[in-house]
Design a protein around this ligand. Structure first.
Ligand code: ADP
Ligand code: ZN
Length: 305
């Protein structure tokens, strides 16, 4: 029997890029963390890692990229695969897929980090067996990836539910919000840096009776209720640095139930417990998702349209 093919996976974030060589079934044989600097230096490091890794582990069959966005995901577009309106200096227009395809000469697939994570959680994580999954990351920004009918959602652009406009918590009425585009959208009110700007620390620094906890749970509960009402996912996974605070998850479940007010009848307390959870993948879900994207690019019969 020939050995399982090896793939290259890239989880590209605004502060770090995680590269891995392996496959979704067996996990990573080797990973590297590369700081996200200017495009040229960062891409050079990524290519060097994979060039060395393939000498050590053998040929790589395809590359999957799970990237911060926004990304042009319209296959018919001349700028397909490029990063679009990021405020990240120098990264607007960056074309990771082209640079990697040219350097390594193998097929490349790309999706958003959160879409890839939703796919990974559905196949190998907490949402196994589900065809419709939302993945929320609450970190430097807030991102929402969507898998619907087993396909990641693109459309005209891709969903950006991290920038939803919410009902403001009364205890937070004086905070302007920090989103450079919308000020007090969800990301502007509830991302890690927004918590810092409002309260002068992360949730890890704030006592349990500090209002920041209920306010954060309220906003994320509103997001979950909105996703339930718009997408009807079978499972919602919440990850990212802020969710490292494990007491937040039950608070978010309670706030989501409060907002739904019994209307989405299937979402009982029991359902919320089972279907609104932390990630379950053995490795970061974005990285696992990148392997899945690479594997789909390698097997044309599984290629998504
Ligand atoms: P990224 O968004 O770059 O992928 P993270 O998901 O780790 O990175 O998010 C970083 C943000 O999450 C920071 O703003 C930080 O305040 C917050 N954060 C990270 N770790 C924790 C923690 N253990 N508890 C509370 N907040 C955290
Ligand atoms: Zn915004």
């Amino acid at each position: 029997m020939s050995p399982a093919p090896l793939f290259a996976a890239i989880e590209a974030g605004g502060t770090k890029i995680v590269c891995g060589v392996g496959n979704s079934g067996g996990g990573s044989r080797q990973t590297a963390r590369i700081e996200t600097r200017d495009v040229e230096a960062t891409v050079r490091d990524i290519i060097a890692f994979f060039a060395t890794a393939r000498e050590r582990h053998g040929a790589l069959s395809a590359i999957g990229i799970a990237s911060f966005g926004p990304i042009d995901l319209d296959r018919a577009s001349p700028t397909y695969g490029r990063i679009t309106t990021t405020p990240k200096p120098g990264w607007q227009g960056a074309d990771l897929p082209a640079a990697l395809r040219e350097a390594l000469g193998i097929p490349v697939a790309i999706d958003t980090d959160v879409n890839a994570a939703a796919l990974a959680e559905a196949r190998l994580g907490a949402a196994q067996g589900c065809k419709s999954v939302a993945y929320i990351t609450v970190g430097t920004g807030i991102g929402v990836g969507l898998l619907v009918n087993a396909q990641t959602v693109h459309g005209f652009g891709h969903p950006e539910a991290g920038h939803l406009l919410l009902r403001r918590h009364p205890g937070h009425a004086d905070f302007a919000g920090i989103c450079p585009f919308h000020h007090d959208c969800l990301e502007g009110l509830a991302s890690g840096p927004a918590i810092n700007a409002a309260w002068g620390g992360t949730l890890a620094d704030l006592p349990y009776d500090h209002p920041a906890w209920t306010i954060e749970a309220d906003y994320l509960g509103q997001l979950c209720a909105t996703l339930i009402l718009t997408v009807s996912p079978e499972h919602i996974v919440l990850g990212g640095g802020v969710m490292e605070q494990s007491r937040l998850l039950p608070m978010i479940r309670a706030e989501a139930a409060l907002r739904l007010a019994g209307y989405a009848a299937l979402w009982t307390n029991d359902a919320l417990e089972k279907r609104l959870t932390s990630p379950g993948c053995a490795e970061p879900p974005g990285l696992v998702g990148a392997y899945l994207l690479a594997e789909a690019a390698f097997k044309p019969e599984h290629r998504r349209t």
